[in-house]
Ligand binder design. Structure first.
Ligand SMILES: NC(=O)c1ccc[n+]([C@@H]2O[C@H](COP(=O)([O-])OP(=O)(O)OC[C@H]3O[C@@H](n4cnc5c(N)ncnc54)[C@H](OP(=O)(O)O)[C@@H]3O)[C@@H](O)[C@H]2O)c1
Length: 266
């Protein structure tokens, strides 16, 4: 088993895509659990969204440290990521940090069209830049800079059922998720001292979900998602509380993929 993540210790928590949706809820809900000397580092493009998340965290506990970085992760840049980690470590008191966590959550749903229509190489490259390459580079920078200050590292990749099961109009999104998931499985195999979780959040009411409902090319895909939205879609709080519970219990093998619905009756 991967081992439990004890949020009551002093943690440094990085969340990508923390400006809204699942990422915002990950940041806010983990703020309820961590030691009050903990540090949050939030990344996304929307400054106003990041400020909102910061405000929500500070409403929970004013003594938490929250740093925000407006960054476009569709332009992977190892130097920039290294600089961010250096700036973070310069501006905080890192003594006593016991756990370094990163939630690779930022993503875009890509072009929701029939696979035979996905022939624009530039669009594919931009998609993989955001959804795979930036997560890989940021993760490498995270390990390099945070390993020396945190005895335990915890890495969470927010994945998707679409990375396992083929859904129509999801060739771009699903193939990116599948590649990203396998990357993190290999990492887990190579680094037994790091806790790695691939978490598949289920269908969750966010802007991304609305986008599938509204712009997927196939009428059937749109109507299936609209039906889920009307009936069974999850809130960000439902899926994030399950994710935090899985991390706290640690009853998964590092690198495994846990889906929200695997643990619904657990
Ligand atoms: N919602 C679902 O049903 C569902 C299901 C399965 C998996 N997921 C996964 O859950 C994760 C979160 O999705 P969500 O539903 O919460 O989507 P969302 O509400 O659209 O949020 C996406 C987040 O990613 C950030 N982001 C997007 N492009 C970015 C870029 N170029 N640079 C930096 N940040 C960027 C956005 O911030 P800015 O726009 O401010 O940059 C935002 O904070 C994703 O990995 C998604 O694939 C979602």
């Amino acid at each position: 088993m991967a081992g439990a993540t004890n949020f009551s210790k002093k943690c440094i928590v990085f969340v990508t895509g923390a400006s809204k949706g699942i990422g915002q809820t990950i940041a806010v809900e983990s703020a309820r659990q961590v030691n009050q000397d903990s540090v949050f580092v939030l990344l996304a493009r929307s400054e106003s969204g990041l400020d909102k998340t910061k405000q929500l965290i500070l409403e929970i506990d004013k003594s938490l440290t929250v740093l925000t970085y407006k960054v476009d992760l569709s332009k992977p840049d190892l130097n920039l990521y290294n600089d961010i980690f250096k700036q973070v470590l310069k501006s905080i008191d890192s003594s006593g940090i016991e756990i370094g966590l990163i939630f690779h959550n930022a993503a875009h749903v890509g072009v929701l069209k029939d696979s035979t229509e996905l022939s624009d190489l530039q669009v594919w490259r931009e998609y993989y830049d955001l959804n795979l390459f930036s997560a890989v580079l940021l993760n490498n920078a995270f390990i390099k800079h945070i390993r020396p200050i945190a005895p335990q590292l915890v890495i969470v990749n927010i994945s998707s059922l679409a990375g396992k099961v083929p859904f129509a109009n999801s060739a771009m999104y699903g193939s990116g998720k599948a590649a990203r998931e396998l990357f993190f499985k290999v990492l887990a195999l190579e680094h037994k001292n790091i806790i790695v979780l691939n978490y598949s959040p289920g269908p969750v009411q966010t802007d991304m979900f609305d986008m599938v409902c509204d712009v997927a090319q196939s009428d059937e895909v749109r109507s299936t998602f609209q039906e889920i939205r009307a009936n069974t879609v999850l809130t960000t709080n439902q899926t994030v509380s399950k994710l935090l519970e899985v991390l706290e219990k640690g009853d998964f093998k590092s690198g495994d993929t846990v889906d929200y619905f695997d643990r619904v009756n657990a």
